[in-house]
Write a protein that binds this ligand. Structure first.
Ligand SMILES: Cc1ncc(COP(=O)(O)O)c(C=O)c1O
Length: 409
C-alpha cells in the first residue's frame, strides 16, 4: 500500500551548493551570543535605517499618498511613466547621453537578477569583481553559471586589476560587472580605469553592468568642501552596451521599500534584442512595488538636504574608522572614498572566518569576514559597516583591538 505521508527528503538543487551569503550566515553565531543575554554591536549590515539616519519625510508622504489614492494594484511591468521619466532625467544629469531604455525593479537585487538571467547561456560567463557584493555570485550560481572573478588590487586603492581582467576573459565571456562606489571596499573607480574597462568591453563585445547604487554617497571633497562628483561608467563610454544600476535603498534611505532601476545605454542596435529579453522577464514577474514608485520622482527631483547630513555623518565615521585602522597593530586599510564600508586587511595566523566568529563570541562585535566576499589567496580581511554613531564605533573598535591583542599578542 502507498504511504499516506511523504517522508522522503526534498533536496535543494545542487547548483545552490556555492550560494553563500556570509553577511546573514553569521547571524547564527550572533543569535547564540544574544541568547546568553549579550548585546551585539552590529557593524555588519548595510541598512542605514537601523542607525541614526531618517528617510526624508516628503518621500514617505509621496508613497503614502499613492496608497491613499488607490495605487495599490499592479503597476505597468517596466514601471510607472512618471518614475521612468524621472530616471531618464537623472541619467541625463549623470551625463549618460545614449539612454535606450529604463525600467523599475524590486530593488537593485532584482535588476541584477533580471539583467544576468537575460544575458547568459549555460557555458558562458560574466566577469565579477573579487572581492564583490555576494549577490552577483549567488545569482550566477542560481543560473548554473560558473564564476569568473577578476581581482581588485588593494595595492592600487582597490582599483580593478586590468591585467587580471585580460587574463580572465574567455571566448564565452559576455559581460563585466563593476561596483562603483564599491561594496565591500568603499573604493571609487578612476576615470582612467573606467575608460580602460570600456576599451576591454569594446574589444571583446561585452556588456557592462555598472552598479552605482551608492553614487550619491561620495565622501571625498575638494578644499572648498564640494563633494567629488561621481563618474558614471555610461557617461565615459556612451557607445558601450551598459546597464547602470541605481536605486532608492541607500541614497534615499528606504532599503525596505525595494525600489531599484536599470538604465540601458550604448549603441541602439547593439542593445536592442537584449533589452527585449529584459522586458520579457520584466513582464513575467508582473511589476515592481507599485505605490513606492510614486516616490521616485520626488526623491530624485525634490530636496536633497538629507544627503548633506548623511555624508557629514559618514565622513566623520569614515575618518574615525580609518584612524583606528592606522593605529591598530596587525590592521591596515585603504581609506574608503564612498558608500559606508571599510575593508581592512588583518595580519593573523588563522582564517578571517574564525577571527570574526570568535570576535562575536568574545567581544560581541559583528563584522563580516573577507573570505565571504572573495579575496586574494594568502590575504585576510574583514568588512566594517561604519553606519553606527561615533560612540558605538569607538566601543566596537576598542573591543576589536582588545581581541587582537589578547589573541595574537
Ligand atoms: C553593491 C550593491 N548592489 C546592490 C545592492 C542591493 O540593493 P537593493 O536594496 O536595491 O536590492 C546592495 C545592497 O547592499 C549593494 O551593496
Amino acid at each position: 500500500m502507498t504511504p499516506t505521508t511523504q517522508t522522503h527528503e526534498i533536496t535543494p538543487a545542487s547548483r545552490l551548493a556555492n550560494v553563500r551569503y556570509a553577511i546573514r550566515d553569521l547571524a547564527c553565531v550572533a543569535d547564540e551570543v544574544i541568547k546568553q543575554g549579550h548585546k551585539v554591536l552590529p557593524l555588519n549590515v548595510g541598512d542605514p535605517n537601523i542607525f541614526d539616519f531618517q528617510t526624508p519625510p516628503h518621500i514617505i508622504e509621496a508613497a503614502y499618498k499613492a496608497m491613499r489614492d488607490g495605487k495599490n494594484g499592479y503597476a505597468p511591468s517596466p514601471g510607472i511613466p512618471e518614475a521612468l521619466e524621472a530616471i531618464r532625467s537623472e541619467a541625463a544629469r549623470k551625463g549618460i547621453s545614449t539612454v535606450r531604455d529604463v525600467f523599475v525593479t524590486s530593488g537593485v537585487s532584482e535588476t541584477v537578477d533580471i539583467c544576468l538571467a537575460a544575458l547568459v547561456n549555460p557555458g558562458e560567463d560574466v566577469l565579477t569583481p573579487k572581492p564583490d557584493y555576494p549577490l552577483y555570485s549567488a545569482v550566477l550560481c542560481k543560473l548554473g553559471i560558473g564564476l569568473n572573478a577578476y581581482d581588485l588590487n588593494e595595492e592600487d586603492g582597490w582599483q580593478p586589476e586590468l591585467a587580471d581582467i585580460e587574463r580572465k576573459l574567455t571566448p564565452r565571456t559576455r559581460g563585466i560587472v563593476i561596483i562603483n562606489p564599491n561594496n565591500p571596499t568603499g573604493s571609487l573607480c578612476t576615470r582612467t580605469m573606467l575608460e580602460k574597462i570600456a576599451d576591454v568591453a569594446r574589444r571583446h563585445n561585452l556588456i557592462v553592468f555598472a552598479d552605482e547604487i551608492y553614487d550619491k554617497l561620495i565622501l571625498d571633497c575638494d578644499a572648498q568642501g564640494n563633494v567629488t562628483p561621481h563618474i558614471a561608467f555610461a557617461s565615459v563610454a556612451p557607445d558601450v552596451p551598459c546597464v547602470t544600476f541605481g536605486g532608492m535603498s541607500k541614497n534615499y534611505l528606504v532599503p525596505g521599500w525595494r525600489i531599484g532601476w536599470g538604465i540601458v545605454s550604448g549603441d541602439a542596435a547593439a542593445v536592442k534584442t537584449y533589452t527585449e529579453g529584459v522586458h520579457r522577464l520584466l513582464r513575467a514577474r508582473l511589476c515592481a512595488n507599485h505605490p513606492e514608485q510614486y516616490a521616485i520622482k520626488p526623491a530624485l527631483e525634490g530636496p536633497q538636504d538629507h544627503l548633506v547630513e548623511v555624508r557629514r555623518k559618514l565622513r566623520s565615521r569614515r575618518d574615525l574608522t580609518q584612524k583606528w585602522c592606522e593605529s591598530t597593530p596587525r590592521v591596515s586599510c585603504v581609506a574608503p572614498r564612498g558608500a559606508f564600508y571599510a575593508f581592512p586587511r588583518i595580519d593573523i595566523p588563522e582564517s578571517d572566518e574564525i577571527f570574526v566568529k570568535e570576535l562575536i563570541r568574545q567581544k560581541h562585535v559583528m563584522v563580516v569576514h573577507g573570505s565571504g566576499f572573495g579575496q586574494k589567496p594568502g590575504t585576510q580581511h574583514f568588512r566594517i559597516v561604519f553606519l553606527p554613531d561615533e560612540q558605538t564605533l569607538t566601543r566596537a573598535y576598542a573591543g576589536i583591538a582588545e581581541f587582537i591583542r589578547e589573541r595574537y599578542h
